[in-house]
Ligand binder design. Structure first.
Ligand code: 13P
Ligand code: SF4
Length: 299
């Protein structure tokens, strides 16, 4: 299968982009593996004609919005992020009426329709930097209340209004699970994604995006880590740091949507070119603005 995938990539001038939460076999064959921000930039900079996006639908959509002339394929179009939909219709309008200077800041984990209503997108690796750079005092942060509340702690001068959405995978990690791992591995550093609940973040030595966590583990002189994020990160972490040890909360946090990406489906979509990401032109043009503003402000 791998050989055939390689042949098809060359024939069609295609590249494969994969998030760190996709299965190991996918990360193994991908041309670009990274967190949401890295993948959005890689999609923008690519000179390929075909992008095969292994992730969830908001990632494929963002790639299409940034690259209208490229064909964007997804191995499984039903791979979706539940959090991407977690903003009540009418809520943004309500907030805009309430605050004159409101900036709607939209985590990239959101539908294209939500992006259309937003002033700027962010990812977990640039949210603090971008919100600090905005002139607005009042910020409505959608959809993730946990990332929003983490950012609020880092930018105390602004009024950050939270929305009641969250990542069901990260939010399921409990402080008790982390304490159990800390007792088992007293020397281990706790590394957490800001999509985790505040009680988990309070027990952490480092808080950052998926790529931030990987970089921390690589550059740290410590040998053991309790990792509070999706378990797919262990593939690259173990490859990068064969002598270090990584432990995950029990049960291991696992995003079933990310795991819908399989080698069979990558081969099939490259052959058939049939699972195409489409975004209507009007939505695409409006959703492009907050994404471009993010790329600009994050520089
Ligand atoms: P990052 O890729 O920005 O770390 O976000 C994590 C995530 O949950 C992606 O779906
Ligand atoms: Fe969405 Fe959470 Fe899965 Fe990421 S890990 S795609 S935020 S459900």
């Amino acid at each position: 299968m791998k050989t055939r995938i390689e042949q098809l990539k060359k024939e069609k001038n295609a590249v494969i982009l994969a998030h760190y939460y996709t299965p190991d076999e996918i990360q193994d064959i991908a041309d670009y593996v990274g967190d949401s921000f890295y993948l959005a930039k890689a999609a923008r900079q690519s000179t390929a004609d075909v992008l095969v996006f292994c992730g969830v639908s908001f990632m494929g959509e963002s790639a299409k919005i940034l690259n209208p002339d490229k064909k964007v394929l997804m191995p499984d179009l039903s791979a979706d992020c539940p959090m991407a939909h977690m903003v009540r219709p009418g809520k943004i309008e309500e907030m805009r009426k309430k605050y004159d200077d409101l900036a709607v800041v939209c985590y990239i984990n959101s539908t294209a329709e939500l992006k259309c209503e937003s002033d700027v997108c962010v990812t977990s690796s640039n949210a603090v930097k971008i919100i600090k750079a905005l002139p607005n005092q009042n910020i409505f942060f959608i959809p993730d209340k946990n990332l929003g509340s983490y950012v609020a702690g880092q930018v105390p001068g602004k009024n950050i209004i939270l929305n009641d959405g969250c990542c069901p995978i990260h939010a399921k990690i409990t402080a008790e699970q982390v304490r159990v791992e800390k007792e088992r591995h007293p020397k281990a550093r706790v590394l957490s994604h800001p999509e985790c609940e505040a009680e988990v973040l309070a027990l952490s030595d480092y808080i950052g995006s998926t790529a931030g966590i990987m970089d921390y583990a690589k550059s740290s002189a410590e040998q053991e880590f309790i990792v509070c994020t999706e378990v797919g990160v262990q593939f690259e972490m173990m490859a990068d740091n064969p002598d270090k040890r990584f432990y995950f909360p029990n049960p291991h946090p696992c995003c079933q949507d990310m795991k819908l990406n399989t080698l069979e489906k990558v081969l099939d979509v490259l052959e058939q070119e049939n699972r195409v990401v489409e975004v209507g032109e009007e939505v695409r043009e409006r959703a492009l603005l907050p994404l471009e503003r993010m790329l600009e402000l994050a520089k």
